[in-house]
Design a binder for this molecule. Structure first.
Ligand code: IMP
Length: 181
């Protein structure tokens, strides 16, 4: 029903498993940041579904802001050169930041974001990713909270897209294209 011609999807992480893990992450973050000014920074667009669930699993005061990032295209991707399309609206000074990302692949995007934010006077900068595809990592990034470790496969759903499609799938799914689909 969700699939486009020539593409097929197969569940890798079910909606139920995601919800259970998000509840655990929310509890952990609530314990770790109680009494501290907390700002969750969602990375658009892929993280918006995860962020929406995660904040409701956290039971301490928090604020939410967003950044949108674009890489300079496939050929320069490995250089780690990314561009900020939308910056934060909130001040970060003395706040504890948690960057919320959908997936860490090469690590180049988060590495850039981390260094951008770490130089702005925040009290701390932590990273929370729903998915960790560590087989393709090019640069080491310290991930404080990880939902699931996944193999080197292209995934869609729960906010993640291919060609802007499939963000609305409730599960994280493997995407197959072409003759295999
Ligand atoms: P990195 O800079 O290589 O770590 O790339 C991270 C970004 O690439 C993520 O925020 C996603 O937008 C995108 N990405 C990497 N792997 C996938 C995938 O399997 N499905 C959908 N998007 C992905």
């Amino acid at each position: 029903m969700h699939e486009r011609p020539g593409e097929s999807v197969e569940v890798l992480v079910s909606a139920a498993a995601i919800q259970a893990r998000v509840a655990e992450l929310g509890q952990q973050i609530s314990q770790d940041f109680g009494g501290k000014p907390l700002l969750l920074v969602g990375i658009l667009r892929g993280a918006f579904v995860f962020l929406a669930d995660l904040i409701r699993a956290i039971d301490i005061p928090l604020a939410v802001d967003f950044m949108a990032i674009s890489s300079y295209g496939a050929s320069t991707r490995s250089s780690g050169v990314v561009r900020i399309l939308k910056d934060l609206d909130e001040q970060v000074h003395d706040k504890h930041l948690i960057v919320v990302e959908d997936i860490v692949d090469t690590g180049l995007t988060l590495n850039y974001i981390y260094h951008q934010l770490a130089n702005r006077g925040a009290a701390s900068v932590a990273i929370c990713t729903l998915l960790d595809k560590s087989a393709r990592r090019l640069v080491e990034v310290r991930l404080n909270y990880v939902g699931f470790h996944i193999p080197d496969q292209f995934v869609v759903g729960y906010g993640l897209d291919f060609d802007e499609c499939y963000r609305n799938l409730p599960d994280v799914c493997r995407l197959t294209r072409g003759e295999e689909a």
